[in-house]
Write a protein that binds this ligand. Structure first.
Ligand SMILES: Nc1ncnc2c1ncn2[C@@H]1O[C@H](COP(=O)(O)OP(=O)(O)OP(=O)(O)O)[C@@H](O)[C@H]1O
Length: 302
């Protein structure tokens, strides 16, 4: 059985159940006129007939969170391809976090199958198989940062490397320094989370998510708790990571957000409602926000 400490560490890195936030009112802003950027890259994620039904302990009724959804070539909503920046939007309770948790193997499907990096995940997959898959291939970033409060920024970022056990102490030290430098926190390495701003904590969380050089970053409302300056900074950092501009290889990103203004960062926006994909939109070119324009927009549209 896991110790309290192990559970704390595991929850910090891989998260818990969803957080609830306000529904978004507006439909997608994406430009649907041009071809997607990632149309020719390799598929890394396919979903077939995926359903999730939550049964409430001691109660008759159940909640259908996902209804037999597909992301495969033969359907309207194709697979997620290497290098894509996907945004998932939709009203509160529509199933966004459930979908992200299924892709991240944090939660198991009731029915159906996920094909991730050529391996298959279903309700029959073992915990040890899934936790190895997560540690080696997937980075997680959450709205509430989920940093371990008693560890410094350096120690938080080193944690996944220590758990994986592939690098020696010196290699880990160098990689942590490099990652924290890339996210602009070279002067904050020895700070505890409580000594950092929200935006800084989220950048530590991003550095930690990148620790084992994952192919896939899963981001659940990563800017939900940030002010507008930090929102733009974090999103620009994520776009650089996605496009391989931080010196690492390009990293596929799947991000849940309620903020329609962030759609400009995505190659493709999937709109989820009532446990199903409603529609998708493609951006011709993923583009960073200009902070001054974003703030001016927020002033007019609070
Ligand atoms: N652990 C759980 N047990 C029971 N029901 C759950 C659980 N997690 C989610 N649900 C239900 O599944 C449905 C989808 O929830 P989910 O959190 O995926 O929606 P969401 O689109 O991410 O919402 P939000 O934007 O508010 O975070 C909701 O009806 C929710 O109440």
């Amino acid at each position: 059985m896991s110790s309290v400490r192990e559970i704390e560490i595991s929850e910090a890195i891989c998260g818990k159940t969803s957080l609830y936030s306000f529904p978004s009112q507006s439909a997608t802003n994406a430009n649907t006129m041009k071809l997607p950027q990632c149309s020719l890259s390799e598929p890394i994620l396919r979903i077939r007939n995926l359903s999730k039904i939550y049964k409430m302990p001691g109660r008759e009724e159940s909640v259908i969170a996902l209804k037999s959804i597909n992301l495969v070539e033969s359907t309207e909503f194709g697979p997620i391809r290497e290098g894509e920046f996907i945004i998932i939007r939709g009203p509160s309770g529509g199933g966004k976090t459930t979908l992200l948790n299924m892709i991240g193997t944090i939660d198991t499907p009731t029915e159906g199958e996920i094909e991730l990096f050529g391996t298959f995940i279903s309700k029959n997959s073992s915990d040890s198989y899934l936790s190895k898959l997560r540690l080696e291939h997937i980075g997680f970033v959450f709205q509430s940062f989920n940093l371990l409060a008693t560890m410094t920024a350096f120690e938080n970022v080193a944690l996944p490397m220590n758990l994986l056990g592939k690098l020696n102490k010196k290699e880990i030290r160098l990689k942590v320094r490099s990652l924290l430098t890339k996210v602009g926190l070279q002067d904050r390495m020895d700070h505890l989370p409580s000594e950092l701003s929200g935006g800084e904590q989220q950048r530590v969380a991003i550095a930690r998510a990148l620790a084992n050089s994952p192919e896939l970053l899963l981001l659940d409302e990563p800017t939900g708790d940030l002010d507008s300056r930090s929102t733009v900074d974090v999103m620009n950092l994520l776009l650089d990571i996605n496009m391989g501009k931080t010196g690492e290889r390009p990293t596929t990103c799947i991000m849940v957000t309620h903020n329609p203004e962030l759609e400009c960062y995505a190659d493709r926006i999937l709109y989820v409602k009532d446990g199903e994909f409603q529609f998708q939109a493609y951006n011709s070119e993923k583009t960073p926000l200009v902070y001054e324009d974003y703030v001016a927009f927020l002033d007019v549209n609070p």
